[in-house]
Design a protein around this ligand. Structure first.
Ligand SMILES: *[C@@H]1O[C@H](CO)[C@@H](O)[C@H](O)[C@H]1NC(C)=O
Ligand SMILES: *[C@@H]1O[C@H](CO)[C@@H](O)[C@H](O)[C@H]1NC(C)=O
Ligand SMILES: *[C@@H]1O[C@H](CO)[C@@H](O)[C@H](O)[C@H]1NC(C)=O
Length: 287
């Protein structure tokens, strides 16, 4: 490893283009914009820790994958993420057996390749763990920073997601194609004074320490990566239930929560109406 690094550094100094030198010694093992079909994502365990003061976040994306054709590399999407550690182990083996993987990047296609020292075997499931950090986006897609002004004029920060169509890869490394559906178990770490929301209901909140709380959300239905959502804010909510008992909530900045009543009444009526109209029951426990 040290030797390889030395050669790379030497090449960087001796070549005009460092990326050219790196490409030659470690070519990216995939040359298509669409992901290969022989690594299938099954389940994601996501731990996201945003900081609304530093406007950055850290994450851990643990993905269970199924191998349908022997390969040594796992190709997936990642954009603007600084990957710090990557390991792999067989889903049935203990995490102690986890081995490090080499990370190669192909920014043009927003892909990374995680290269294993041993070939991954057909029919087996593996867990890849990717630790990373990134900045909250200044735009209105990906995992982005937003603000509002209180009645007193104070600016408060929140963080929210908008992933459709291809921005989930800017919040966590993933197989970011709509057909590659999987289940998601999401955990969000936040300041105790904030509130986190995600696709599924909160299962429990754990106090990590005095200044950090971890919210653990229920496992999702099988779905596309772009449907994953989470918000960290100090919003207030108003809640009602539909005829079938689906919990519907509207969230708003604290001083405007009284204005949410009309939206809440309409949402509850509409959910009842559409279940009847389409003859399809809303599949989630909350909206
Ligand atoms: C892994 O464990 C599951 C459940 O214990 C079992 O059904 C499966 O056959 C095992 N897979 C392998 C490849 O050993
Ligand atoms: C986040 O922003 C800081 C300051 O602009 C920059 O130094 C850092 O490289 C960025 N981090 C990532 C992962 O892009
Ligand atoms: C955010 O970072 C600040 C400054 O480093 C720290 O004091 C605070 O506890 C962090 N908050 C969270 C939720 O991590």
């Amino acid at each position: 490893m040290f030797l390889l690094l030395s050669i790379l550094i030497f090449l960087c100094y001796s070549e005009t283009s460092c990326s050219l030198a790196r490409d030659e010694s470690n070519p990216f093992p995939w040359n298509k914009i669409r992901l290969p079909k022989h690594v299938v994502p099954i389940h994601y365990d996501l731990l996201i820790h945003p900081n609304l003061t530093t406007l950055s976040f850290t994450g851990l994306s643990k993905i269970e994958i199924l191998i349908t054709q022997q390969t040594s590399s796992v190709i997936l999407h990642s954009k603007y993420l600084h990957i710090t550690k990557t390991t792999i182990h067989k889903a049935n083996d203990s995490v102690d057996t986890a081995k490090g993987m080499m990370v190669l990047e192909h920014p043009t296609f927003e892909q990374i390749a995680l290269v294993s020292t041993e070939p991954l075997q057909v029919g087996h499931s593996y867990i890849i763990s990717i630790e990373y950090s990134a900045n909250l986006s200044d735009s209105f897609h990906g995992f982005y920073k937003s603000t509002y002004r209180t009645l007193e004029g104070e600016i408060r920060v929140l963080a929210s997601t908008h992933f459709e169509a291809t921005a989930a890869r800017t919040a966590f490394p993933c197989f970011d194609e709509p057909a590659l559906k999987a289940t998601f178990a999401i955990k969000i770490r936040r300041d105790p004074k904030h509130l986190a929301l995600s696709n599924m209901p909160l299962v429990k909140s754990v106090n990590i320490n005095e200044w950090l709380t971890e919210d653990q959300f229920d496992i999702s239905v099988k779905m596309s990566t772009y449907l994953v959502a989470f918000i960290i804010s100090d919003f207030k909510s108003a809640t009602k239930r539909t005829l079938r008992g689906i919990k519907v909530s509207v969230y708003a900045v604290p001083h405007k929560i009284k204005q949410a009543e009309y939206a809440l009444d309409a949402a509850v009526k509409l959910l009842d109406f559409y279940e009847e109209y389409f003859g399809i029951l809303y599949p989630l426990p909350k909206q």
